[in-house]
Design a protein around this ligand. Structure first.
Ligand code: DHB
Ligand code: FE
Length: 285
């Protein structure tokens, strides 16, 4: 059967992608950021996941304001990188896993979550920056990737509780797939940042670190935090953090098993307008 082996969490700051693509990683400004991802790059080489279920948000690239799915699963065989701002990144094509994605859609929808099935979409920095941070700059991504887009851009956004519960349903779905696959689930976006208005530039280190503490040790407690608290404390784009609860919800301890082991934790300010957070949690048998 397919099994979840780890959850990985990271911010998706687009300027990180630009720094990589334009060869600026050695600059003093970027050095501490990339240093925080050295562990995970080595670790991923040893882990060799077959599939990454990648929870991220689209930034009006695939979904305009014409239609806004709350949760959208990419069931296509491939997805093309695209982007706003700096333009499409020169990164490898993203190859999906249509059979597993269709199985997850079937299972999760039957567990009463409404997913939008997306057979064709492009993927922006929300998805490609975490891939670059975890896998570096390879010719081809080392595994299949199932994009799972969450609306955290246009209100209303899903609650933390719904995200955590959805993660639990995704775990059941993955574990009932009849193929021996090593699957990781990634939660991306965040941490505190606000890109517009009088509070633009807002960063909240205390909130971010408390979020990381509770994500590890008290995910049910963190799931009860209402979205307005994220926006007030972590800025309008800090709401991206609810996506981390989907990945956390898929860990064994929330299904009666052992708590995951934190392998690596990293926090850094600044990167562009964003606080960068990163965490690796390994499943324990
Ligand atoms: C920035 C951060 C984001 O999450 C984003 O989607 C766009 C820009 C920034 O830090 O500039
Ligand atoms: Fe963003």
């Amino acid at each position: 059967m397919a099994r979840i082996t780890a959850s990985v969490f990271s911010s998706h700051v687009p300027a990180i992608g630009a720094a990589l693509d334009l060869g600026k990683t050695h600059e003093d400004y970027w050095q501490p950021v990339f240093k925080g991802y050295e562990f995970v790059k080595q670790w991923e080489k040893a882990q060799r996941p077959d599939v990454v279920f990648l929870v991220y948000n689209d930034h009006a690239t695939a979904f305009s304001l014409d239609f806004i799915p709350t949760f959208a699963i990419g069931t296509a065989a491939e997805f093309t990188p695209a982007d706003e701002g700096w333009g499409p990144r020169p990164v490898p094509q993203v190859y999906g896993h249509p059979e597993l994605a269709a199985h997850i859609a079937q299972s999760v929808i039957q567990q009463d979550f409404d997913l939008t099935i997306v057979n064709k979409m492009d993927v922006d920095h929300g998805l490609t920056v975490p891939l670059s941070l975890m896998f570096g700059q390879p010719e081809a991504w080392p595994c299949k990737i199932i994009p799972f887009a969450v609306n955290v851009v246009q209100y209303p956004v899903p609650s933390g509780q719904r995200c955590l519960n959805l993660g639990k349903a995704i775990r059941k779905a993955i574990e009932s797939f009849d193929e021996d696959l090593n699957v990781q689930i990634w939660g991306t976006g965040g941490m505190s940042h606000q890109l517009q208005g009088p509070r633009a530039g807002l960063i909240n280190k205390v909130f971010d670190n408390a979020f990381l503490d509770r994500l590890i040790a008290d995910p049910e407690g963190q799931a009860a935090v209402p979205h307005i608290d994220y926006v007030r404390e972590a800025g309008s784009e800090g709401i991206e953090l609810v996506m981390w609860l989907i990945a956390r919800g898929a860990m064994a301890d929330l299904a009666g098993g052992k708590p995951p082991k934190p392998l690596h934790r990293f926090y850094h300010v600044p990167a562009s307008n964003t606080a960068v957070g990163h965490l690796v949690l390994e499943e324990q048998k």
